[in-house]
Design a protein around this ligand. Structure first.
Ligand SMILES: Nc1ncnc2c1ncn2[C@@H]1O[C@H](COP(=O)(O)OP(=O)(O)OP(=O)(O)O)[C@@H](O)[C@H]1O
Ligand SMILES: [Mg+2]
Length: 477
């Protein structure tokens, strides 16, 4: 067969492990200083309704205990308290309160209660368990009483909730104030990055009508690599071989796709084909890429602060990056005026650059680029804009999230030049859908379209002599 991964040296390096815990732990603090000087706990010993389900019961106790805890703990000492001390103190205060109320819990319930109280006091409350669960990829909060989570490509409602909007707002505040931002009625939406690298966005009332909306894209410590994606059926071996050649021979590549379709994951996987000797600069709004190469400079844009100052846009970063002697520039997402600098970079010797764009297919990706150039206020005739796009972009990879939740590379298209006023393209690979199973799983296969790559000669000259057979269409099984 063909020689896939021909140029890769040695074993693929593993992604850098960033194990920043979501909850910061700080050493040293006197346990005694955690408790406020003697203050009677608000005692209201209702007998607990024995018939209530265990979970509801714990939930209620927790709310009450939480309030009591806040009254009893010296909040000023919290930040410096050692984790073990704080846990012990929470457990002891909880124990006292439970006893006072005559509530008996088994060991397991008690451990869970202490954990939840700890998360509440020190971490992100109900979100904490979801953030710790590695099988969850997205967390979507629609007001205090509904949290959706995505597991294995499927969105399901979680049984975790907030007590009320005030509780939810308190957690949002905690997150955004940690990164020096503010969110309130006059400033109702915010982007932030959690301590563990997860991407966070919140929008609060009155813009969010039914309670605050929060979306979290969990940071995946071990990003899916090319082999994983092939194994999961995101694309075929042949497509992987083609993409390896495309990246290694420095074609400019755009990964196009809808929200959550796997654009960043694909971009990250493609980057593994870049040679270790190259200097790569990455520019992102929230650093998600995990490049495995030696020589990588990472940049993150910055929104304006509360006074509206200090903004650093993707455009600022790209312009500056061009002065930093890059071999390649990778832009996490192109969505605005930075498109001009991106195209220019691709056209002026920084070939091999890559970015993602929000679009439904490759034609759409091109129109989006045109629109972005127009919106940037560049007075350029359409034909000239198209010319620039056609010479800058070589390959468009389309990522899609299909209706069964699976993520696939549904098309690989090459830009071949201009025909009159129109950019000409040719699709080289695609995902051919053929039907649905009874449980609504999509049936289909990857196939070449039968067109030989426009870059096959370039691939050959660079040492990636792909066999002609990979361009042959695959018949349905
Ligand atoms: N082929 C795949 N198989 C399984 N999971 C995948 C696949 N591709 C991506 N994912 C997962 O889907 C989620 C979304 O992926 P990713 O962040 O790459 O999407 P995106 O298109 O960049 O999203 P956004 O538009 O929000 O930036 C991640 O949790 C990722 O790990
Ligand atoms: Mg992304």
């Amino acid at each position: 067969m063909f020689s896939r991964y021909k140029k890769s040296e040695g074993a693929p390096a593993t992604a850098p492990k960033t194990s920043a815990p979501a909850v910061a732990t700080a050493p040293t603090a006197q346990i005694t200083s955690l408790r406020k000087p003697a203050q009677a706990a608000p005692a209201s010993a209702h007998p607990v309704d024995k018939e209530r389900k265990r979970k509801e019961r714990i939930g209620e106790i927790k709310i009450e205990l939480h309030r009591a805890l806040l009254d009893n703990l010296n909040l000023a000492a919290l930040d410096t308290a050692a984790e073990a001390d704080l846990r012990a103190e929470i457990s002891s205060i909880a124990g006292e309160l439970l006893q006072e109320k005559g509530i008996v819990l088994n060991r397991e319930d008690r451990a869970q209660l202490t954990q939840e109280l700890y998360d509440e006091v020190k971490g992100l409350g109900p979100l904490e368990t979801l953030l710790k669960d590695d099988t969850i990829s997205d967390i979507l909060v629609n007001g205090p009483h509904q949290i959706f989570i995505e597991r294995n490509g499927k969105l399901v409602v979680s049984d975790v909730t907030f007590k009320d909007e005030k509780h939810l707002m308190r957690i949002i505040d905690k997150i955004v104030s940690a990164v020096g931002r503010r969110v309130d009625e006059s400033n109702p939406y915010v982007d932030a990055r959690l301590a563990d690298g997860s991407r966070f966005n919140a929008m609060v009332p009155p813009i969010a009508i039914d309670g605050s909306l929060v979306s979290i894209r969990k940071f995946k410590k071990d990003k899916l690599g090319i082999d994983d994606l092939v194994r999961f059926g995101a694309f075929s071996e042949e497509m992987a071989a083609y993409l390896q050649a495309a990246v290694a021979t420095r074609l400019n590549i755009i990964v196009s796709g809808g929200t959550g379709s796997g654009k960043t994951t694909t971009l990250n996987a493609l980057s593994s084909f870049i040679d270790n000797a190259e200097r790569i600069l990455t520019i992102e709004d929230t650093a998600e890429l995990q490049l495995q190469q030696l020589h990588v400079g990472r940049m993150e844009t910055r929104p304006p602060n509360v006074e509206g100052k200090g903004e650093v846009t993707p455009r600022d970063c790209i312009k500056n990056a061009l002065r930093m002697r890059p071999d390649r520039i990778i832009v996490g997402e192109t969505r605005g005026e930075e498109v001009i600098d991106m195209l220019q970079a691709m056209n002026t010797g920084h070939d091999g650059s890559m970015t993602t764009i929000h679009a439904n297919n490759s034609r759409d990706a091109i129109s989006r680029l045109e629109n972005m150039v127009a919106m940037a206020g560049l007075e350029m005739p359409l034909k000239a804009v198209r010319n620039q796009i056609a010479s800058a972009v070589n390959v468009i990879v389309q990522a899609s999230r299909l209706q069964d939740g699976s993520r696939r590379m549904t098309s690989i298209t090459e830009i071949t030049g201009m025909e009159g006023e129109v950019i000409s393209m040719q699709e080289v690979f695609r995902f051919q859908r053929v039907g649905l199973t009874s449980d609504n799983k999509i049936i289909g296969h990857f196939t070449a379209t039968g067109v030989r790559s426009n870059f096959s000669e370039r691939f050959r000259l660079w040492g990636f002599d792909l066999p002609a057979s990979i361009y042959e269409p695959v018949a349905a099984e």
